[in-house]
Design a protein around this ligand. Structure first.
Ligand code: H2B
Length: 95
């Protein structure tokens, strides 16, 4: 079982991932990534899918041509957890 981040931990964690926004309504983090074209966007999504399977932690996301919108939250915890921060950092490392 994984715990939701406290407000203090959330602030600290968000400071380490400046490319991510905070969605208060969902207690989630979001990032939009724009690529040159669909093939690059989908290649990125394939890499994230492999990371997500390995971590057993899956994004909510959508793709429109060269754009990928990602939302991370922990369903099992009912909000943001350390797992989301770790996944955001792993995604950032791909970019
Ligand atoms: N992904 C996300 N984002 N949150 C979860 O709580 C979650 C998940 N739980 N992927 C995993 C799968 C869980 O349902 C399985 C049973 O481990």
């Amino acid at each position: 079982m994984v715990a939701r981040l406290t407000e203090g931990h959330r602030r600290e964690s968000l400071a380490a991932i400046p490319d991510w926004g905070y969605d208060e309504g969902r207690d989630a983090i979001t990032r939009r990534v724009v690529f040159a074209n669909f093939v690059e966007a989908f290649g990125f999504m394939t890499q994230v899918a492999l990371l997500a399977e390995k971590a057993d932690h899956h994004p909510e996301w959508s793709n429109v041509w060269n754009r990928v919108d990602i939302l991370l939250t922990t369903h099992d915890a009912g909000g943001l957890s350390q797992r989301d921060i770790a996944m955001a950092q792993a995604i950032d490392a791909l970019l």
